[in-house]
Design a protein around this ligand. Structure first.
Ligand code: NAP
Ligand code: ZN
Length: 351
């Protein structure tokens, strides 16, 4: 085991601060990675502040991890020291159930092992995420970062990118489809870029009027201010697909109403409190789907990274120091992030 520098919250009510964790030595199938950058996902905030049931402390968040391979186990063939690699939201799964066999490890019947706050089957206790100097991960959960993607701006692809790519592909976003992205934050801005690259007609639905110009620069064909009743009324029954990335509970019916016959409203946000009831009558009358989705499988995550490389898609980032993460959380809550914070892990030493 190696003592490793990290940043953790010690309870739901304490800010994150310096902390030391243990990382295992690489086993035969493990890859040891020096972490260079880690994205800041709203899920990190939900977990570090104990907003979700089952949060464990100390909590070391971070599941948008990129870095360099520094050691590999004896059986590892796909990776070698010096490789540019990434790790997303999961680090293991059972490997044997129908989901895992189909490459959908995120839907493992036994539950996937989250990069943080899951049971650590190697060391006991719980897993620690990417707000740390290094991580040791089973080779089956390590991704290749294509050469033409800058590491810092590629980090958010590992969670925000795949969380949008997977459902956009599953629900056939593409030419002839009108796709709404709800919420312009980390997930939402990746949704705009990816849906646009897939060939869909992309509409940004935001509560923030000042983000309209950015939404268009990111690739949205249209912007709807979702707090404007007239704009929402005019958009009723015009959408094929909605990707909802909002981090707080809200009235889903206001958006479901925008769907045309057979449309789908896909929930991606994980608010700490329940949503108000669905207007099922409206859904029945138009054979609508309200669905939900989480990240993507490992094969699909590599496919997404290669797709982003081919289409020159990365995240729009603001790089921060490790000791700025608590401020970054506050800014994220105010919607003041353009459009993803990424921690420069070299700053962990001085933090
Ligand atoms: P984020 O950067 O904070 O963006 C969330 C956006 O939602 C905000 O920028 C804001 O956009 C909008 N919003 C916030 N509060 C709102 C409210 N009360 N009503 C309407 N809109 C509101 O967060 P993120 O990192 O993209 O994550 C979003 C959510 O997805 C979080 O709950 C996170 O835990 C979850 N998540 C899920 C998965 C998954 O696998 N399904 C993966 C990653 C994250 P506007 O200003 O444009 O309105
Ligand atoms: Zn995330």
């Amino acid at each position: 085991m190696t003592s490793t520098r990290a940043y953790a919250s010690q309870s739901a009510t304490t800010p994150l601060g310096p902390h030391t964790i243990e990382r295992r030595e690489p086993g035969p199938h493990d890859v040891k990675i020096d972490i260079l950058y880690c994205g800041v996902c709203h899920s990190d905030l939900h977990m570090a502040r104990g907003e979700w049931h089952g949060a464990k402390f100390p909590c070391v968040p971070g599941h948008e991890i990129v870095g360099t391979v520094v050691a590999v186990g004896s059986h590892v063939r796909e990776f070698q020291p010096g490789d540019r690699v990434g790790v997303g939201c999961m680090v293991d799964s059972c490997g044997e159930c129908e989901s895992c066999k189909a490459g959908n490890e995120q839907y493992c019947y036994a539950g996937n092992t989250g990069t943080y706050n899951s049971h650590d089957k190697h060391l006991g206790g719980h897993t620690f995420g990417g707000y740390s100097a290094s991580i040791t991960v089973d080779e089956g959960f390590v991704l290749n970062i294509p050469d033409n993607l800058p590491l810092d701006a590629a980090a958010p692809l590992l969670c925000a990118g795949i969380t949008l790519y997977s459902p956009l592909k599953h629900w056939h976003a593409g030419p002839g489809k009108k796709v709404g992205i709800i919420g312009l934050g980390g997930l939402g801005h990746m949704g705009v870029k990816i849906a646009r690259a897939l060939g869909a007609h992309v509409v940004m639905l935001t509560t923030s009027p000042e983000k309209a110009a950015d939404a268009q620069k990111l690739g949205a064909h249209e912007v709807i201010l979702s707090t404007d009743a007239a704009q929402m009324k005019a958009a009723e029954k015009t959408f094929d697909l909605l990707m909802n990335t909002v981090s707080a509970s809200h009235d889903l019916n206001a958006y479901t109403r925008l769907l045309n016959f057979d449309g789908a409203h896909v929930l991606l946000g994980i608010p700490p409190t329940p949503y108000p009831p669905l207007d099922v009558g409206r859904m029945i009358g138009n054979r609508l789907t309200v669905a939900a989705s989480t990240i993507g499988g490992i094969r699909e995550t590599q496919e997404m990274l290669d797709f982003c490389a081919a289409h020159h898609i990365v995240s729009d980032i603001e790089t921060i120091r490790m000791d700025q993460v608590n401020d970054a959380y506050e800014r994220m809550l105010k919607g003041d992030v353009k459009y993803r914070f990424v921690i420069d892990m070299a700053t962990l030493k001085g933090a």
